[in-house]
Design a protein around this ligand. Structure first.
Ligand SMILES: C[S@@+](CC[C@H](N)C(=O)[O-])C[C@H]1O[C@@H](n2cnc3c(N)ncnc32)[C@H](O)[C@@H]1O
Length: 344
């Protein structure tokens, strides 16, 4: 009789690549448009891409005219920039800044491949708070789409999300500043708690801060995204079973957000940027800022209101939210808020 040991069923791997490195098709969108369309139709963003938010609203506010000079302070994938360049139609000039040394050259190639030239745009690997260093006297419009790009979130090696394991880095420019794992090690429990509350309104800030510090005091390290999430889960372990899983997920999202804001000095940069904008806008020049959480939106709102009261801005508007359709087809748009101002 033959050996009747049952054969193990080969595990079905699924039709679509699961790991970031396997998503070669999505990473070459020009070649695999059908797959890209499929991912987008499900309300997701294909790996290596970023879908620009509230494009129509921003373009309609700017009402771009030939020969205008603009600044896209957060180039990212270049989606907004490409639309702006299309409106400029090879007249005027668009400057764009981004901290990200990994994505910027890819975006530059993408814009060149789309038929725009160095006469049309100049990219600057700069923090937007230093946009005055570009040397342009005045702008007709300035756009900032704050936060991180989908490419940054989706790349496990950058450490922006607990969904994948990777080094706990979270720097937008990996050559500047210190990565999140070092930063955490140098903070006291009180400082971590303050950071979690100030940057993300974290409900369990005290518990998470204490769990992080306890880990270090036991000689352990928190060098990866999954290691940090494990510590967050341990801090919330006492919660009732019915709410625990959801609470851990939300606390992890907020903790990563808070850490990212801290590591990249996001509030300081935004504050300095907002202060400089009116100095570099022409009369009637326009600024549009997309923000994604209350901390950012508060700063934008305060700055716009202050400059309106001082007569420096003639008009402010917002917050405007994306349409239901946009949120339906791009879940990353759901927390977006657009505020606009016009220089007196
Ligand atoms: C949401 S993405 C922008 C996406 C872009 N609007 C598009 O349509 O592709 C935000 C980008 O801003 C960059 N960024 C964030 N803070 C910055 C800062 N202070 N200075 C320069 N770039 C910054 C990030 O590196 C990221 O690439």
């Amino acid at each position: 009789m033959e050996n009747s040991k049952p054969q193990r069923r080969v595990r079905y791997k699924g039709k679509y690549p699961k790991k970031f490195e396997e998503k070669y098709k999505e990473l070459e969108p020009e070649k695999y448009q059908d797959i890209i369309n499929h991912v987008i139709s499900k309300g997701n963003t294909p790996a290596g891409m970023h879908r620009s938010i509230m494009v129509d609203e921003i373009l309609s506010f700017f009402d771009i005219q030939p020969n205008q000079i603009g600044l896209d302070a957060t180039l990212g994938f270049g989606g907004h920039s490409k639309e702006i360049l299309t409106k400029l139609n090879h007249t005027g000039h668009l400057h764009a800044t981004d901290l990200d040394t990994i994505e910027l050259p890819k975006t530059e190639k993408r814009l060149l491949d789309s038929g725009f030239t160095q006469n049309d745009f100049t990219l600057h690997n700069l923090n937007f708070k230093d946009f005055d260093l570009i040397g342009e006297q005045k702008y007709d419009f300035i756009l900032a789409d704050l936060g991180v790009s989908s490419m940054q979130i989706d790349d496990p090696m950058r450490g922006f999300t607990f969904k994948f394991d990777g080094p706990l880095d979270l720097r937008m420019n990996p050559n500047l500043g210190i990565p999140a794992n070092f930063r955490l090690r140098n903070l006291s429990a009180l400082e971590i708690e303050g950071m979690l509350v100030e940057n993300a309104d974290e409900t369990y800030a005290k518990e998470i801060a204490q769990a992080i510090v306890k880990e270090f005091s036991q000689g352990k390290t928190i060098d990866t995204t999954k290691a940090l999430q494990k510590v967050i889960a341990s801090a919330l372990d006492r919660l009732p079973k019915t709410i625990k899983e959801d609470a851990i997920k939300k606390a992890s999202q907020r903790t990563f957000q808070a850490l990212r804001i801290d590591v990249n000095n996001e509030f300081e940069s935004l504050y300095e940027f907002l202060e400089k904008i009116p100095l570099y806008l022409n009369k009637g020049g326009k600024v549009a800022i997309l923000s994604f959480h209350s901390g950012e939106d508060r700063l934008v709102k305060k700055s716009f209101k202050q400059f309106l009261n001082d007569g420096i801005y003639q008009e402010i508007s917002g917050p405007l939210s994306p349409s239901g359709d946009e949120v339906f087809t791009n879940s990353r748009a759901k927390s977006a808020k657009l505020r606009c101002a016009i220089k007196s």
